[in-house]
Design a binder for this molecule. Structure first.
Ligand code: TYM
Length: 328
């Protein structure tokens, strides 16, 4: 199966990104043809500081390597380094009804958050995402739950293209984890964990030990004192239990048994200790990789070469189907 997924460059990768998406990527790269990218063009839909943007982009590649993506087995690349993404997105823009785009939850949320900058790119974001996916004739897209709607729209766009111009794209499916597909904020456990909310809401994968302790001990819990998994009635403790279960590789029932009769404080202390232990090697690896600039550049060049060759083949076919005049 051909796999593709992406992550935005800005802000540090948080445990939601990891448990919902990137952890799957690590497994998939072992026995599938995988393309993973840092989606810098998507990130421009909110205002960025040019001086720090490219640095953050490189840092995101470093983070992906630090968690264990292996460029020997997967193609790791920058979205903007393969020009066909923007080209195919334009063509998809011409077959996507504005009403479909206006319905997207992410568009509605981001328009509320960035009232001063509701730009056209924010609206057409899913057409670029469809281009990312279909350019590689992707079959599986490993993502968290919040991206499911965009992948559904990608399928709609694939169908629309096929009926307009002839069979070209298969419809990709989203690969969503049964657990961890929506990790919630540490402060407001009814909202998803997001790097665009304040620092205290999310836990970076590369967080310092003292900060991990602090954030977990301060995380919002619920009324009562039992360590019982019940996301509707006890969203706070249930979210923390999901994080524990996934980092400890322990089924939820076992987590409940382990903490039976213990209080929230004791559970939080165990969770913080577990996270400090599990995240320490990632933090160390990131520091080490940040020194290896030439190595990172070489990986990105190699990724660009591999991704471009597939993307160019698809665009050749698309241009012909659409009837763009060829100069060859
Ligand atoms: P982004 O950068 O917001 O998030 C990267 C991945 O992390 C998942 N995720 C979560 N999973 C569980 N709990 C959470 N709280 C949580 N927050 C984020 C996201 O679902 C995502 O899988 N539009 C995408 C990037 C993108 C893309 C693509 C993905 C662009 N083109 C093509 C797949 C295929 C985004 O902004 O992800």
């Amino acid at each position: 199966m051909r796999i593709l997924s992406g992550i935005q460059p800005t802000g540090s990768m948080h445990i939601g990104n990891y448990l919902g998406a990137a952890k799957q990527w690590l497994k998939l790269q072992e026995d599938h043809e995988c393309f993973f990218m840092v989606v810098d063009l998507h990130a421009l839909t909110v205002a960025q500081n040019p001086a720090s943007f490219s640095k953050e982009t490189k840092e995101k590649i470093v983070e992906l390597l630090a968690i264990g993506l292996r460029p020997e087995t997967c193609t790791l690349f920058l979205q903007s380094s393969v020009k066909e993404h923007a080209e195919l997105a334009w063509i998809f823009n011409t077959i996507t009804p504005v009403s479909e785009l206006e319905r997207m939850t992410q568009f509605k949320d981001k328009s509320k958050k960035h009232k001063q900058n509701i730009n056209a790119g924010l609206l057409t974001y899913p057409a670029l995402m469809a281009a990312d996916i279909l350019l590689y004739k992707t079959e599986g897209v490993p993502v968290g739950k919040d991206q499911e709607q965009h992948i559904e729209l990608t399928r709609t766009i694939a169908r629309k293209f096929n009926t307009t111009y002839g069979q070209t794209f298969a419809e990709p499916k989203s690969l969503i984890q049964p657990e961890g597909a929506k990790i919630m904020s540490l402060i407001d456990p009814t909202k998803k964990m997001s790097k665009s909310d304040g620092e205290a809401n999310y836990l970076s994968l590369f967080e310092e030990p003292e900060s991990i302790q602090k954030k977990i001990m301060r995380a919002t819990t619920d009324k009562g004192k039992d360590i019982k998994y019940n996301p509707d009635k006890k969203p706070g403790i249930s979210n923390l239990m999901t994080i524990f279960s996934l980092f400890a590789n322990m089924p939820m029932k076992k987590v409940e048994q382990k903490f039976h009769g213990k209080g929230y404080a004791q559970f939080k202390k165990s969770l913080a200790d577990l996270l400090v232990k599990e995240l320490e090697p990632l933090r160390r690896k990131k520091q080490e990789l940040l020194q290896r600039d030439l190595y990172i550049q070489e990986i990105l060049r190699q990724g660009q070469r591999k991704a471009s060759s597939v993307a160019q083949d698809t665009m050749k076919e698309v241009r012909k189907k659409v009837g763009l005049l060829s100069l060859e």
